[in-house]
Design a protein around this ligand. Structure first.
Ligand code: GLN
Ligand code: ZN
Length: 757
């Protein structure tokens, strides 16, 4: 067996990459220095793999922004609005596509399969594709000449590339394949001429649900490419799920197939056993989790490899991560501030590479030679398992008794609506906001001072109260109907709760790329999640004390907390979601007991957790809804539960959204209003609902008329008795003046609408 990798994080162990990009954009780095800095990071990344003894090292996975954008740029696929003149796009064109410029808006960005990485969506049909520059050849040569690495170039597969692109209709797919095949061939031929042996071709689309037609396209593509550069061996790489059409995929005319043995629900291994594996192919065995951050149970990984070796000759097995390590932080070595049991159990990219090398040695028969390392790894995992954080008796008892926990409200939504209306006596088309008000530089610097200890707890608290007071006054002056406190005490809607609940940890440097230069540092859910003391009651109650209007309590829901964190791997995500849900229930009850009568539990990330395969959606949605309801079902009829979601594809989740049984839901909509409103023509919804009437992502001031027409459109399919008026999402990224002006227009639009309906 040999060791291999599929991709390494670009960002550097200190986010040097991000800093270089941003300095360049700001004009603080000239182009030459910028190239030099990126080269240093790129070579450092290669060295990290080389020094750890990885035999198959990917090259060309590094990027100046995003690997899908790189692929489009390599093929000269550039939107017309950037005045592209053919040939290799300049850096300014490249970054304009990603970020927009004064003349043209950026290309759309969207989620890379079921990860939190976002790629730039290629826009086909605007320029004639051509090979502008074979970036894989550059990467291969550089690794070889600078570090003596015989790298394996990584190419985004043609079918995945096309399926992720837009700008063509389904009947043009064939023509696009024809157009791109010669370009892909050319890339391969040039690599062949250079003496490259293997190329990794990433086709994650093969792990999604495909039809017969897709398979026919894929077969045609690989038949063509096989003869285009016969001296090159293609390693066709799939990841993120099992391959449904296993037999068809493994019999494609390539020299190797990579399978994910971590995120496949055990199905790839099953297929391997059932159908065998072609004798003339190499199997890339993705046994190390490329998405989680935990040390692997190496013994069980060895068992998997042993099982695989029953079907594939060990000479033809490559031990590798399940997918590119782009999705995990760089190195756990810096996390010295973490509790030792936790720190010892972490494996980021570098540690994962070490595990791969170790496994390869052990599988090669050197189990004795690496016995000490295997034992040490086992001990670290056990230490965390036995730590107090994973053995919180009360949490375990609550989970054991889950079946008897209330997970729906005692009365139905009609009964609740009447009781609530009596309590609040809200006008027709009540106005509200989604929770946060501007996080001004002042707010941020106050928090920083407090974190650094320059400000005392009391000082910070006073400051937060002042902010709340300012915005309660603003909301009264504007005449909104339902107020919020403004979330000034929160940097991030997940981090805030993670810091207050037991079971979470925060790394110093556990960054992963989210899109472009933007990195996120997800919290780690490593222990049992437990409520310790009220988290939001003080601020909410203070806000409520300043006004007669109802102030909504504001919580982040269990599924969003789960989906935006790294999650322990010894329990199912479902069980972890229930733990969070029960902890949040305690907070919901605390708010209610303190007199707060409306509580919003945000679930902007519920959709993000949807499995790649359709047939698994129902299972996920069922437990996601249950978790939400565990949090929100123990309140009295008169307490109004709100929720909020940040996306607009709604039609395929409508049953689950109904099942949440929230009294009021707000959904982002202004960026595709027609679509969302349209879905209510086909689907009924009878509870309170607010479809955002303006886009908070833009500094543009929406006019009264514009919002009025949004309201009119919505009221063609929804009744005025159920409709709420609110912006699309929280206002934390907006400025004070923008916010006040927009909300003033919103209230005016509402007043006009109230006269009409
Ligand atoms: N309550 C949060 C806010 O207003 C919701 C944010 C979100 O939906 N992403 O900021
Ligand atoms: Zn939102």
């Amino acid at each position: 067996m040999r060791s291999g990798n599929l991709g390494y994080p670009r960002i550097g162990n200190n986010r040097q990459w991000k800093k270089a990009l941003e300095a360049f954009w700001a004009g603080k780095l000239d182009e030459e220095t910028f190239h030099a800095e990126l080269k240093a990071i790129r070579l450092g990344n290669l060295k990290a793999q080389q020094e750890r003894g990885i035999e198959i090292i990917p090259v060309g996975d590094f990027t100046y922004y995003d690997h899908i954008l790189d692929t489009a740029a390599m093929f000269g696929i550039i939107p017309e609005r950037f005045y592209y003149e053919g040939g290799e796009p300049s850096l300014s064109v490249y970054y304009a596509i990603a970020r927009g410029n004064r003349e043209a808006t950026a290309s759309e960005m969207t989620k890379w399969f079921n990860t939190n990485y976002h790629y730039i969506v290629p826009e086909l049909g605007q320029s004639e594709p051509q090979l502008t520059r074979n970036r894989l050849l550059d990467a291969y040569r550089e690794a070889k000449s600078e570090l003596g690495i015989e790298g394996r170039p990584v190419l985004v597969g043609l079918y995945t590339f096309l399926k992720l692109s837009k700008g063509y209709s389904p009947d043009q797919l064939d023509a696009w394949i024809d157009r791109l095949l010669p370009l892909y061939s050319q890339v391969l031929r040039e690599l062949e001429a250079e003496g490259v042996q293997w190329v990794q071709v990433d086709e994650p689309i093969l792990a999604t649900t495909l039809g017969e037609e897709d398979l026919a396209h894929v077969a045609r593509i690989y038949d063509y490419l096989a003869s285009a550069a016969p001296g090159i061996k293609l390693q066709l790489q799939t990841y993120f799920e099992a391959v449904d059409h296993y037999e068809a995929v493994v019999s494609l005319p390539v020299h190797g197939i990579g399978l994910d043995f971590v995120h496949d629900g055990g199905r790839n291994l099953q297929s391997l056993h059932q159908h065998g594996f072609p004798e003339d192919k190499v199997l890339g065995a993705g046994v190390i989790d490329g998405r989680g951050i935990w040390k692997a149970d190496l013994q069980s990984k060895l068992d998997v490899l042993k099982t695989i070796a029953e079907a594939v000759h060990p000479d033809r097995i490559v031990v590798q991560p399940s997918n590119s390590l782009l999705h995990v932080p760089v190195s756990a070595a810096q996390e010295t501030a973490l509790e030792p049991a936790l720190r010892g159990a972490l494996a980021f990219a570098d540690e994962k590479l070490e595990e791969i090398v170790l496994l390869t040695k052990a599988a090669q028969g050197g189990a004795v030679a690496v016995a000490a390392e295997l034992a040490a790894s086992k001990l670290s995992r056990e230490a965390l398992q036995q730590s107090e954080s994973r053995n919180r008796t009360l949490v375990h008892q609550r989970i054991a008794g889950l079946a008897s926990q209330p997970s729906s409200r005692p009365s139905n939504s009609n009964v609740r609506r009447d009781v609530q209306q009596k309590r609040w006596n809200l006008p027709l088309l009540p106005t509200t906001t989604i929770g946060s008000f501007p996080q001004t530089p002042e707010v941020r610097s106050a928090r920083l001072k407090w974190r650094k200890g320059e400000w005392s707890e009391a000082q910070y608290e006073t400051f937060i109260k002042e902010q709340i007071k300012i915005w309660i006054d603003v909301q009264s002056e504007l005449g909104l109907d339902v107020f919020v406190h403004g979330e000034f005490e929160r940097t991030d809607m997940v981090e805030f709760f993670g810091e207050k609940l037991d079971g979470f940890a925060f790394t110093a440097n556990g960054w992963v790329q989210s899109y472009g230069s933007r990195c996120v540092k997800p919290p780690i859910i490593y222990g049992d999640v437990e409520f310790t003391s009220p988290m939001t009651v003080a601020e909410t109650v203070y806000a409520q004390s300043l006004t007669q209007a109802p102030v909504k309590g504001m919580l982040t829901g269990p599924i969003t907390i789960l989906n935006w964190s790294f999650v322990r791997d010894d329990k199912s995500r479902e069980e972890v979601a229930y733990q969070i849900a029960l902890a949040l229930r305690d907070e919901v009850e605390a708010l209610e007991a303190a007199g707060i009568g409306m509580i919003q539990v945000d679930e902007p990330a519920m959709r993000e957790g949807l499995p790649l395969k359709r047939e698994q959606w129902a299972g996920y949605l069922e437990w996601a809804v249950r978790a939400f309801k565990l949090s929100t079902s123990t309140v009295k009829d008169e307490t109004q539960i709100h929720t909020h979601m940040c996306y607009c594809e709604f039609h395929d989740m409508i049953d689950s959204i109904r099942a949440l049984d929230a009294d009021v839901i707000s959904i982002e909509t202004s960026r595709s209003h027609g679509e969302l409103v349209g879905s209510f023509e086909e689907h009924t919804y009878d509870k309170g609902i607010g479809l955002g009437v303006y886009d908070i992502h833009s500094p543009r001031l929406p006019s009264v008329e514009e919002m009025g027409s949004m309201i009119d459109r919505a009221l063609r399919v929804l009744s005025p008795e159920q409709f709420w008026i609110n912006p699309d999402c929280g206002l934390k990224t907006r400025k004070y003046d923008e916010t006040v002006a927009a909300l003033r227009n919103m209230v005016q639009a509402t007043e006009r609408a109230r006269k009409k309906y």
